[in-house]
Structures are given as structure tokens and as C-alpha cells.
Design a protein. Sequence first.
Length: 132
Amino acid sequence: QLRDANKSLIANARSLEKGDIEKSIQTYLTAIEAISGYVNIKYEGGIVGRLMDEESQEIGLFGEVDAFERLVMCLLKAGRLEEAEQRILKYFEVYRGDLNKAAAPRIRTRLEKALLKASKLKLKSGITKASI
């Protein structure tokens, strides 16, 4: 039930992206924070449960990486690069299992491109100011 409610919240955040990016960011943040409410729930007992626990300890927990990717995209679009970078570090520290998902390298690449673009703009504006 908690996961389903969070999926609904994520869908709502996505629908807000074009019209109200700040509200979308806040909704994604709420959804990402809510993951901790259900990610540790044990659905299996006995040997299956123990095996699942061992796997979680070895691989790491899984969050909602697709929603997190959308959050990062919104943060970058809003020009909040430093915040995006910090949230990426924190998210993958908690949800290490998502590092193996296809979204992880895309997130990293998007951030790198945004940082490179920002540094080029700073350099360009610095040269322009210095040459005046």
C-alpha cells in the first residue's frame, strides 16, 4: 500500500514537470523520502527472508531510481546543480542497489554535462567581463 501510494505521488510529480517545476521537485522529494517507509519491510520469512536480507546487505537497497532520475532532471533544469550533485551522492549511498540499474549512468552523465556546461558559461562570462 505504501509503495502504491508513493507510485501515485511520483506520477503526480511527473505530471507537474512542465507546468510547475518547483512543485514537481517538492513532490519528487516527498516521494523519495517516503521510500524509507517501505523499503525495509520484510515480506518473506524463514530461509527466503534470510536470503533476501543477505542479498540486500551485499548488493544494497533498491529505491525508486526512475523517480530519482526525474528529480535530478528537474533540479538540473531549474539550475540547481549543486543540490542535484549532493542528492545524487546521498541517494546512491542509501540505495546502492540502484547503482546497477540503467538509470544510474544516465544520471551521472546528465550531471556531468550540466556541470561542464555551467563551467563553460562561467568561463565565457569571465572572459567577456575581463575583456571589457
